[in-house]
Design a protein around this ligand. Sequence first.
Ligand code: TXA
Ligand code: MG
Length: 344
Amino acid sequence: MHTLLLSAQDPETPARAAELIRQGELVAIPTETVYGLGANGLDETAVAKIFEAKGRPQDNPLILHICGPEQIELFCHHIPQTAYQLAEAFWPGPLTMVLPARSNVPRRTTGGLDTVAVRCPDSDVTRKIIRLSGVPIAAPSANLSGKPSTTTAEHVLHDHDGKIAAIVDGGHCRVGVESTIVDLTEERPRLLRPGGITPEQLTAVLGDLVVDKAVTAQIDKDAVVKAPGMKYRHYAPSEPVVIVSGSREKAAEYIRRHFVPGDRVLCFQEELPLYEGCNPLSYGQEADVNTLSAGLFAALRELDDPSIHQVYARCPVGDGIAYAVQNRLKKAAAFHIVDAEAEV
Ligand code: TXA
Ligand code: MG
């Protein structure tokens, strides 16, 4: 199959992409978070192609991408008022809500669950494609399963060239980490994945938020979890990653002491001079955490190279979007963290 590259700027792109979606094909779509691998979310055969292209476990459910809050009730029931309050505050934007699924949503899309995740992305071209296709677009992040997410059309082409019908090129993804997921099916709202909408922002609207244990610790692969995607090793380059925490100086001391040829250092731009001779790669500025979230996956993909022995990574501290960056890096490192301050 030849994979078409469609520019988001081309006025014909939305109609061409929507037609492919209606025909049951896979189309990669840009969003403000990461690129998604899209298909008609109501068509089981189309959805099956997503799982096959990604090598995704069947029990890992997909997010339905919709045009706005008015579409929630088409695919969900027993919708609490809080869902509309969150949509009002954060849509279009990087927030996904888990709600009870209507029976028109195939269980292949929901990974067998009776709940479904819905999100309205902040990308004009993608919302236009959804509207023109007339169906919700099921789209996981477009990376191969387990690998770092795709934040450019080139990343998607690298993973799926010749295997999917088209890629809509909308440039670099602004946020760079996947959407925040909040589960609204229980008595208390539960954060399943941190992202561009921060826990502080959610709490300001909801007045309450439980953080799921899958956010803060490694989950056993046989565990029963709320977000099935959280238990798999994620975002990971091929080699082991270890996070080195502590001050700039202590961390550099620790890493330089343990560094052997074949290792790499993933650090903040401000730290590059500390790692001369250690082949450092910066993913953004510590002083501007948005550059870290926007740059993280491109850097992790660059480090996905079997010739690399080990990666020492520096992780931002604090809350806000830094919390999402910490979550992705910790998962890439399988929660392997060394405190340079405690080392002598
Ligand atoms: O930003 C994003 O959310 C991107 C873009 C493309 O929209 N999509 C994305 O999809 O990150 P994916 O499939 O890589 O991650 C979706 C996560 C998985 O961890 C999955 O387990 C969880 O959402 N999820 C989906 N439906 C769910 C449900 N009904 N209940 C609990 N978790 C669900
Ligand atoms: Mg993903």
